[in-house]
Design a protein around this ligand. Structure first.
Ligand code: SP5
Ligand code: ZN
Length: 342
């Protein structure tokens, strides 16, 4: 299996994020995550590890707006030129756009609050380039599928599934899985299955009106968990895409049995869609013990998830999303991939 990773991902390494209540905590989405995953893959006879290539800007613009990409590209430097009476870290606004506004402000902080929706996706010096490199890995994986590989893995960092068409959030800037799925949709129907603990709200938003890209997400019930505003069971697509999105909100404490039952329902929809490619938004934060999750999925559960995905017998691109339980990341990824290939 070809595995692509962004070689210089450590150039994006925010020092902190802000949790509810205003408490500044160490940033959870660390460079160490990808290093740990690479360590667990090295030495596996089936793992062909490659640094990712350069990003095709057109592939990014097929998913994100030019205004947003331009904002990501220029925001850090512009922030450096803003006068403040405190030392600057990354760009992180304190005011966010309300609904239904008439226009995007011209000033930097107004644009920042327009394109950001929480305090977990600051823009640092290396953020834009790293986000492009991360998306490039997903595109490299998509290319491997087009060339005939049955599976590929993109160890994307930063992750992507919370990034909307013109919005960063939840450690995500560019929606890697969506960019890969969009590129694969040029040659046939695509399905995205999102197993990250958090609802894939950005991916949902991007393909909500599309009939050719089916999106299915299993996640913590947004009534009580991040990202709160999307991921409800009643959201099933709109317009031409009516019926082409499905959410499976699951309660705290969800274990292997209940998870697999929901997954089986989701995968029935995938099979009925008859995709020519499958993209799996592979967050590992669904696993028991994850500091940001509340599910109790075991390594055996992950292996079973992988096996069910493999049974679809569709060329499959795994795209890393979340997963923060340092000690267990490697084991869990291997369980998912080995279950898939078994
Ligand atoms: C890609 C991804 O997994 N992004 C997730 C971003 C979640 N950000 C919200 C974190 C809320 C943390 N709440 C603390 C729970 C500690 N038990
Ligand atoms: Zn997550």
């Amino acid at each position: 299996m070809k595995i692509f990773y962004p070689e210089h991902h450590a150039q994006h390494a925010p020092a902190f994020e802000v949790f509810d209540g205003g408490v500044r905590v160490p940033y959870q989405e660390t460079p160490e995550r990808v290093e740990l995953l690479l360590d667990s893959l090295r030495g596996r006879p089936w793992a062909e590890i490659h640094p990712g290539g350069a990003c095709d800007p057109q592939a990014v613009l097929a998913v994100h707006t030019p205004e947003y990409v331009e904002f990501l590209r220029t925001a850090y430097e512009a922030w450096g030129r803003e006068p403040t009476d405190y030392a600057k870290e990354g760009l992180l606004p304190a005011t966010f756009a309300p609904r239904g506004t008439s226009r995007r402000p011209r000033g930097l902080l107004g644009r920042a609050g327009y394109h950001m929706s929480d305090l977990s996706a600051p823009i640092l010096a290396g953020t834009y380039q790293t986000a492009l490199d991360s998306a490039a890995c997903a595109l490299d994986g998509a290319r491997a599928l087009r060339a005939g590989d049955q599976a590929a893995l993109a160890l994307c960092r930063p992750p992507g599934h919370h990034a909307g068409r013109e919005r960063c959030a939840g450690y995500c800037y560019l929606n890697n899985a969506a960019i890969a799925a969009q590129s694969l949709s040029g040659t046939g129907r695509v399905a995205i299955v999102d197993i990250d603990y958090h609802a894939g709200d950005g991916t949902q938003e991007i393909f909500y009106q599309r009939a050719d890209v089916l999106t299915v997400s299993l996640h913590a019930d947004p009534d009580g968990a991040y990202p709160y505003y999307r991921g409800y069971a009643g959201e099933t697509g709109a317009g031409a895409g009516a019926g082409c999105h499905r959410n499976f909100p699951l309660p705290d404490g969800t274990g292997d049995r209940a998870y697999l039952a929901a997954l089986d329902q989701g995968l029935e929809l995938v099979a009925a869609h008859r995709p020519s490619a499958l993209v799996v938004s592979a967050g590992l934060d669904l696993c028991a013990g994850d500091p940001l999750g509340t599910f109790e999925i075991s390594a055996a559960g992950l292996r079973a998830i992988g096996a069910r995905l493999g049974r679809l017998a569709v060329p499959t691109l795994f795209v890393l999303e979340g997963g923060y339980a340092r000690a267990a990341l490697g084991e869990n990824l291997l369980a998912l991939l080995e279950g898939f290939s078994a």
